[in-house]
Structure formats: structure tokens, C-alpha cells
Write a protein that binds this ligand. Structure first.
Ligand code: SAH
Length: 381
């Protein structure tokens, strides 16, 4: 019942970063708590099978807690796990990924989960941000579960806060530009600094491992370059063991294909965003066919080419239905699935398993420390 007050221990962290507790067999979600905290909480919303609650007191503090370095934590919608020591964040995310594969994917066992992260990259990792502006033009991020913009500029004492997860170049920009005329996307990594809306400055090159990749702030690009390098290395490991031809679907600016062209002559790519695809044509010198269409439209096309190696990196919704069906029908010997959403990865994996694939390898990459976002790599043979 709403307003019920109860005391319980936080059991785990849910995929949205909230703590999970049980109250008379019902699951209750509470923001801002750590596993093993014992809390007194008040129910704020009842749903059919679950409820949400707010913390009234923390009766026993978990050893997994720590002080947050960002003064906007809890208000800003960006981070949800900063109050956990880094190892506890990794542990929570690994559990969320596995739980999705067991529960939604129907797996009874999983290959050993390999976890890639970089402790030195726990803060200052975020290379791409979109700054919003409030009615006064002050720059900020959106508040938790709201459209309100929380400005970095604080009047008392007058000071521009920085965003501890963002790259130093982004924070230097923020210090100089606490207000802007409009929403603006920036990209900053080492010598590369790109900004939306300034002529000639939205597009440039970034060094990823041994090559320069052309990107534009107006199209998708991975926002943690250090982890991207780790991900690319792992993808290339599997490419080294495989035969072509190669197909890169949801290719963006062709980052993966730019490396995969060393292993397979002329990779083909599918990417519905024409601007991203134009950049991919620059990035992949030895490009095969490029399809500026959706994965579903590609799946409905007549095609007789038999791919040996298919890499997919869909948005949060996961693979589109026709495309997933076509993959199972064509049955390439290797499917590499880069996922930013464990639930849709699990849903799609279940269908691959039904089609006779085996989950041969599973890795998690911590692209987004301090948040509950999970990036993973699943390899199907
Ligand atoms: N692999 C790339 C991009 C991944 S992001 C990289 O690492 O940079 C996902 C990409 O899929 C985006 O570029 C988006 O434009 C594209 N996309 C989203 N839905 C799509 C669809 N249904 N069909 C084809 N491309 C799609």
C-alpha cells in the first residue's frame, strides 16, 4: 500500500540502477541505495507485481558505498551508481547482464563472463556529450526522470561545476561556456575536439588504435574511446579465426569495418543513416557494398551472398524482426553481437539458440562507469 513504511536489506541492483528489495514477497525498487544497505523505506507507487519506494533512513550502511564526488549526483539524470565503489558497480552490472540472459534468454548456463574495464578510466571517460540549455541559456544535463535542465553554473558560491565523468576537453569547454544559445553536442578525445553548430568544427578525425576514424558530432559515435579500443581488439581476435565475406550491420561511421577490412576483403555494410554511411565510405577504403537502408529492408531484399562473418551493433531496441529472421535463415558461421541493452540481447540470443547457434563467448565492457548502462559482446557460432 502507498505510504507503507518497512525495513529491509537491499538485495541487488536492477537494470535501471535502482536497488531491489523484497516486501512480503513483492519486489520494491529504490533509487540511490547500495546492495547490503539496510534501509527504512516508504512505498511511493504500487504496480501489479512491483512497487517503488523512497529511502527514509539508512539503518545499516553497506561496505559497498562511498561518497560521491559529483555535487549533482541524485539530481542529474546522468549517473545512477556513483555511490557504489567501482568493484561493486562492475559486480552489479555483471549480475544484471547474466540475469537478463537467464530470465529473458532462457539460458540455463553461460560461458564464463569476461569483464573489461579500466580503473584509471572510471572518471573523465566520456568523450561525447549533449549539453541541454535551460530558459536562461545555462548549460546542463537533464534531471532524473524529468525534462528539467540542471545547470552546471551554481550561484552560491558562484562557480561552474564540472561533470566528473566527462573528458577534460569537455569540462574545459564547460568552464568557458556556462551558457549557450542552443543544445550542443561535443566530442573530445586527446587532440580531437568537435562541436556542433560551428562551421567546420563538427567533423574531424579521432585516433582509435592505429588508425584515424572520421566522425561528425551529428552522427552516432561510441562515447568512450578507451573502451572502444578494447572492444575493437576483441572483435579482431574473433575475425582472425573466421572466414569471410564480412557484413557489418548498424555500422555507423564504419568503425568496425575500418578494422575488419584487414581481415576480410571489402566488407559490406548496412546503415540507415545516410550521413553516417557517407563517413563509413571514407573510413573503409576497401569497402564492398554499402546499403543505406534499414536492417529490415535489407533483410527483405533478394540476396544470394553467403556471409562468413556478420557483426551487428543495434540500438537499444535490438535486432529488427525481419533481419533477425534472415540471419537465422542465412546462418552465417559467426555472428558477433555488440549490445548496449542486455534485455534485447537476451531476447535475440534466445532466437539464435533456437536456430541452432551456440553462445561461444560473452564479454562485458564498462563503457559507462557510474551509470547502469551495460555494453557487451556476445559471439555465436
Ligand atoms: N557500430 C557503430 C554504430 C552503432 S550505433 C559504431 O560502433 O560506431 C547503431 C547504428 O545503427 C546507428 O548508426 C544508427 O543510425 C543505426 N541504425 C539504427 N536503427 C537501424 C536500422 N533499423 N537499420 C539500420 N541501421 C540502423
Amino acid at each position: 500500500m502507498i505510504d507503507d513504511v518497512f525495513t529491509a536489506e537491499v538485495e541487488s541492483i536492477a537494470s535501471n540502477g535502482a536497488g531491489v528489495l523484497s516486501k512480503s514477497g513483492q519486489k520494491v525498487f529504490v533509487d540511490g541505495v547500495a546492495p547490503s544497505d539496510v534501509i527504512r523505506a516508504r512505498i511511493t507507487k504500487e504496480h501489479k507485481n512491483w512497487a517503488t519506494a523512497e529511502v527514509l533512513d539508512i539503518v545499516e550502511l553497506s561496505p559497498k558505498r562511498r561518497a560521491c564526488i559529483c555535487p549533482l549526483f541524485g539530481i542529474c539524470g546522468g549517473c545512477s551508481l556513483q555511490h557504489l565503489v567501482y568493484d561493486a558497480q562492475i559486480e552489479a552490472k555483471a549480475a544484471i547482464l547474466k540475469d537478463a540472459l537467464f530470465r529473458i534468454g532462457g539460458f540455463s548456463e553461460l560461458p564464463e563472463l569476461k569483464i573489461k574495464y579500466n580503473r584509471e578510466n572510471e572518471f573523465g571517460y566520456r568523450n561525447k556529450v549533449r549539453f541541454h540549455v535551460d530558459r536562461l541559456g545555462q548549460v546542463g544535463f537533464k534531471a532524473k526522470k524529468s525534462e528539467e535542465v540542471i545547470p552546471f553554473y551554481q550561484t552560491n558560491p558562484p562557480e561552474v561545476k564540472i561533470c566528473p565523468v566527462s573528458d577534460t576537453g569537455i569540462n574545459a569547454f564547460l568552464k568557458k561556456n556556462p551558457s549557450l544559445k542552443r543544445e550542443t553536442t561535443l566530442y573530445s578525445f586527446k587532440d580531437t575536439f568537435l562541436i556542433e553548430g560551428e562551421k567546420g568544427k563538427s567533423r574531424g578525425k579521432v585516433r582509435i588504435l592505429d588508425r584515424d576514424i572520421v566522425l561528425d558530432v551529428n552522427v552516432f559515435f561510441q562515447s568512450n574511446a578507451v573502451m572502444l579500443e578494447e572492444l575493437v581488439k576483441d572483435i579482431l581476435f574473433f575475425a582472425g579465426e573466421a572466414k569471410g565475406p564480412c557484413l557489418d550491420v548498424y555500422s555507423g561511421v564504419g568503425t568496425f569495418a575500418a578494422f575488419l577490412q584487414d581481415f576480410f576483403p571489402a566488407p559490406d555494410i548496412v546503415e540507415e543513416n545516410k550521413d553516417a554511411l557517407a563517413l563509413a565510405r571514407e573510413n573503409v577504403g576497401n569497402l564492398g557494398e554499402s546499403f543505406a537502408i534499414s536492417s529490415d529492408r535489407w533483410a527483405k531484399m533478394q540476396g544470394t551472398k553467403k556471409y562468413g562473418f556478420v557483426i551487428v551493433d543495434p540500438p537499444r531496441q535490438g535486432l529488427s524482426p525481419f533481419f533477425r529472421y534472415r540471419l537465422c535463415e542465412d546462418h552465417p558461421p559467426v555472428i558477433i553481437y555488440v549490445s548496449c541493452n542486455p534485455s534485447t540481447l537476451a531476447r535475440d540470443s534466445k532466437i539464435f539458440i533456437q536456430a541452432g547457434y551456440r553462445l561461444a563467448s560473452l564479454s562485458m565492457f564498462d563503457f559507462y562507469p557510474q551509470t547502469a548502462h551495460i555494453e557487451s559482446l556476445a559471439v555465436f557460432f
